[in-house]
Design a protein around this ligand. Structure first.
Ligand SMILES: Cc1cc2nc3c(=O)[nH]c(=O)nc-3n(C[C@H](O)[C@H](O)[C@H](O)COP(=O)(O)O)c2cc1C
Length: 211
């Protein structure tokens, strides 16, 4: 059993100045589309931004939104933490290609019925938080990242800049009814083959076997 492509995937935040071909991108997105999705809704859409200019435009929109938010916050500690956090939100900046990941709204099975049955607010909220629509699109993104790793490309799942979704959509002129931006990943040739990865929790901690 060769699971090495799973263990070799890691978050890549520095890239070589090399483009990813359209053919490679098509193969990678196709692999994404083979993910499972609730009621086979395939409720994903991927916007590929190619070229430094596009990537820079997105980075500037996020920086501006970060600053605009901070200008309205009076608490200095919270403001500075958010301002400094921009580094973690812009870790895609050295890439030539960015994949923006959109999800269509998806109502969990039983949600309306639970509401109609007069179930407690907490129970209704818990069901909404299972986010099946996001689960399907996340499965697609993981397929994309693993396929990219298998083809020698680096990626990094990024949700930090989601607060600037409206501005990002405006900058690229993309709109799709009922779809919202949930994540993005740069994709490219990693600058280095060395990587440090956070250690994983031991199996005993994350797995419960009930017999
Ligand atoms: C939902 C999600 C959101 C993430 N958001 C960011 C982000 O905004 N910026 C970033 O640099 N990395 C982000 N990451 C990457 C994580 O930091 C990384 O996956 C984690 O530290 C484990 O490291 P590894 O991917 O190298 O195994 C995110 C990962 C996930 C799954």
């Amino acid at each position: 059993m060769d699971n090495s492509y799973i263990y070799n995937r890691h978050s890549v935040r520095k890239f070589k100045d090399e483009e990813v071909s359209i053919d490679a991108l098509k193969e990678i997105i196709k692999a994404g589309s083979y993910a499972p999705s609730g009621k086979n809704s395939q409720n994903w859409h991927f916007v590929i931004l190619r070229g430094k200019d596009q990537v820079d435009k997105i980075a500037s929109a996020i920086e501006k939104k970060n600053k605009d938010i901070c200008d309205k916050i009076s608490d200095e500690t919270i403001k500075n933490k958010f301002l400094n956090g921009i580094k973690y939100q812009l870790t895609f900046k050295s890439a030539q290609t960015l994949i923006l990941v959109y999800a269509r709204k998806y109502t969990p099975t039983g949600y309306e019925e639970l509401k109609l049955s007069g179930a407690p607010e907490e129970e209704i909220k818990d069901l909404w938080n299972t986010a099946p629509g996001i689960q399907g699109v996340s499965a697609a993104l993981e397929n994309i990242m693993l396929t990219a790793a298998n083809m020698g490309y680096g990626t990094c799942w990024i949700t930090g800049p989601d607060y600037a979704a409206k501005e990002i959509n405006a900058v690229i002129g993309f709109e799709k009814e009922d779809y919202s931006l949930i994540a993005m990943t740069p994709i490219g040739v990693p600058l280095s083959t060395d990587f440090k990865r956070p250690p994983r929790k031991p199996l005993e901690e994350i797995m419960t076997i009930i017999e």
